[in-house]
Design a protein around this ligand. Sequence first.
Ligand SMILES: CC(C)(COP(=O)(O)OP(=O)(O)OC[C@H]1O[C@@H](n2cnc3c(N)ncnc32)[C@H](O)[C@@H]1OP(=O)(O)O)[C@@H](O)C(=O)NCCC(=O)NCCS
Length: 213
Amino acid sequence: MLLHEHLPHGLRQKLRDEGMVLREECMGSHHEQLDLSLRLEHHPPGQPSALVAYLDYSLYDGVPSIQMIRCLRPRRGWATVLVEHLQRMNPNCGIRWGHLVSPEAVAWHASLSFETTDSVHKADFERLADLEKEKAAASAVICPGGVFDPTAWSPELAEKQLRLEDEIDGLRWTLRDRQPTFKRLRLPEEINSRPDKTAEANPAPHHRKKSSP
Ligand SMILES: CC(C)(COP(=O)(O)OP(=O)(O)OC[C@H]1O[C@@H](n2cnc3c(N)ncnc32)[C@H](O)[C@@H]1OP(=O)(O)O)[C@@H](O)C(=O)NCCC(=O)NCCS
């Protein structure tokens, strides 16, 4: 699948100028997991095309996990283009990075810019915390100082406790593998649109202009 219509204008233009095509392939699927590959190819006019970089990843429960990233024409920003695209396509979750063992992969990851962002589950985590407080308050009425007080007990209070427990259990189950915030890769179009004095003084390396492929 060709992805160019999903790209920001500047990147689409850069790819066109450099004769690059970005596309995605589905390599397989099993047990609700999709194995996908983002592939960047150089298509020079009248010559055979060549693979420039690829990012193999799996998608499970909506979360992308990098399996392998490789650039065959290094230090031109192409690996960064791929991973930024992955984040752009999955705006509501953090990327799982796997083991970046090679020294160049570690240096590359260190060059990327991240920010902590609220996840779509943040409000549910807050609701869970409120319910737990409410449940603790109800328990404190029935068991002041940790001792059951039969005179404080009432059917209404017992019903309230049951309702709170039900809702708490439901939310805990829904949120079991979720986080209230996640670490998101900052995208160049966002970095450029923010008046950030430090970024101006010390531009992120992967947003420098790259030359020929
Ligand atoms: C890691 C890898 C994917 C990076 O690809 P790339 O296209 O060269 O990366 P980029 O051009 O986007 O690099 C962006 C920045 O990362 C840093 N960086 C990348 N490679 C680096 C290296 N070898 N040494 C130091 N810094 C490096 C630099 O800051 C670079 O910006 P600059 O070139 O303007 O200085 C590539 O080196 C590779 O394919 N390595 C072999 C496979 C591998 O180890 N994969 C990871 C295991 S999953």
